[in-house]
Design a protein around this ligand. Structure first.
Ligand code: ATP
Ligand code: MG
Length: 431
């Protein structure tokens, strides 16, 4: 089953907005057994849109369009579809209800102009929009010359609305016939995420699994400090692709063990949050160079109050001393970026907060402030745990992170989460 994705918007063709809709839709299509064969982008121009639809319908089984469904002059997708189908726009009562209901829920009056969003080409179907005003449009198109059937789905451009509409209303319709893949057309994928070990070390552990001619294929990508392993299984049928994918995922898991913290859309924050919740432990933070980033990550996850109550940002030596009782002599002797200082910060954070664990970070994020002994990127991280009001574990490590200020701060917070993750798993850090 071939699919074409058509994105509409001046901001896209002018390069002011990156077309994330196509990337997301391609991944989702591949996951349900469709092969995306082209991404097209056209401006908010009725003729250009009509032409793109005309050129696509004979080449694919499904055409997914996003954008240009808004109420303004430059939203021309429905008019373009009406031109292409040679069917007039007419008011669709259900669509009108969808639009008015949205305004009612937001307690706002509906501008007259929004009525256009309830206009659909004759013979087409409305797709409900639960997250915005613009209903989507669905129709089947029988191509005259090739006698092939193309299903056309039009969704809003706003990425959040498009995703909700795709998951609720488009994917279920597509899944029904996805089992019937054309040879080699079913692509199922899984991504495994790691942190803390470089790409080449991951590749070395994966060994032969990364052979270029292997199916399912195994490849690595690096993004935001994470090394991810992407596994793609190509097969004639969905069932076979699923089986082959599962067995290669298992082999990758065996090769990488606990270095893998999660898969697909999971975030490191969510994984650590789940571990904290399942072990019924809480954590406090004491941060210097990360300025609260670690606390931010820990509270990114809804429900974080179950495990997070206190965090300190003690950026200066004075603050470390006044707020976290770090001895001035200790600071003088070892410097603020040292293992004894972060350990002291973590112990005091536990004492003051009553949390089960504490993480403390102090480092040199640069670009100034480095020395021969402690270059920019030197970061000390401590993890302490208490039991019955006594600190029973307090370990600190020094890391050297590459990159600029933003990267160093980001990697520091992620490394702290990683230390906590291994601690909660009761496993030794494998690097
Ligand atoms: P709608 O059909 O929901 O009215 P629209 O195209 O008419 O969509 P716009 O106001 O043009 O609405 O776009 C809404 C927002 O969505 C803008 O911020 C726009 O940049 C963004 N957007 C539109 N298409 C895409 C895309 N393909 N990828 C990423 N962002 C997009
Ligand atoms: Mg637009």
């Amino acid at each position: 089953m071939r699919a074409i994705i058509l994105s509409i918007g001046d901001e896209l063709t002018l390069g002011q907005t990156v077309d994330t809709n196509s990337a997301w839709l391609s991944q989702r299509l591949a996951a349900i057994g469709y092969r995306p064969i082209a991404h097209l982008t056209v401006p908010d121009d009725q003729d250009a849109i009509r032409q793109a639809i005309e050129e696509s319908v004979g080449r694919c089984d499904v055409l997914l369009i996003s954008g240009g469904l808004g109420p303004t002059e430059d939203d021309l997708t429905r008019q373009a579809l009406s031109d292409f189908l040679e069917q007039p726009l007419e008011l669709n009562e259900t669509a009108l209800e969808n639009v008015t209901r949205f305004f009612k829920a937001m307690k706002r009056d509906m501008p007259e102009r929004n009525k256009i969003q309830a206009m659909l080409p004759h013979g087409t179907e409305m797709i409900e929009n639960t997250a915005g005003t613009a209903p989507g449009i669905y129709c089947n198109y029988q191509s005259g010359d090739t006698k092939t059937l193309c299903r056309i789905f039009i969704m809003p451009g706003v990425p959040k609305e498009m995703k909700i509409m795709f998951e609720r209303s488009v994917a279920p319709r597509l899944s029904t016939d996805a089992g019937a893949c054309t040879p080699g057309a079913c692509i199922l994928s899984k991504t495994l995420h790691t942190f803390g070990v470089g790409e080449s070390a991951i590749a070395q552990r994966l060994g032969d699994l990364m052979r270029r001619d292997r199916n399912p294929s195994v490849g690595t990508t690096v993004s935001n400090g994470y090394v991810s392993v992407r596994i793609n299984a190509y097969s004639d049928t969905r069932d076979r692709a699923q089986r082959e994918l599962a067995s290669t995922v298992q082999l990758c898991r065996e090769a990488l063990g606990d270095l893998i913290w999660g898969e697909d859309d999971q975030t490191l924050q969510e994984v650590v949050a789940q571990l904290l919740v399942s072990s019924r432990k809480s954590v406090a933070t004491a941060e210097s160079c990360t300025g609260g980033l670690l606390a931010k990550m820990l509270t990114d996850v809804p429900g974080s109050s179950a495990y997070f109550g206190y965090g300190w940002i003690t950026y200066s030596n004075d603050a470390k001393h006044a707020q976290l009782d770090v001895g001035l002599d200790l600071l003088g002797r070892h410097g603020a970026v040292s293992e004894p200082v972060v350990s002291a910060m973590a112990s005091e954070a536990i004492k003051l907060s009553g949390a089960d664990c504490a993480l403390a970070i102090s480092g040199i994020a640069g670009p100034e402030g480095g020395s021969q002994q402690k270059p920019v990127g030197t970061v000390c991280i401590a993890l302490a745990e208490e039991d019955n009001y006594a600190v029973i574990h307090n370990s600190a490590r020094t890391f050297l992170f590459p990159g600029d200020r933003e990267m160093i701060r980001d990697r520091s917070a992620k490394m702290a989460l990683t230390l906590l993750r291994f601690h909660l798993l009761d496993k030794r850090l494998p690097f």
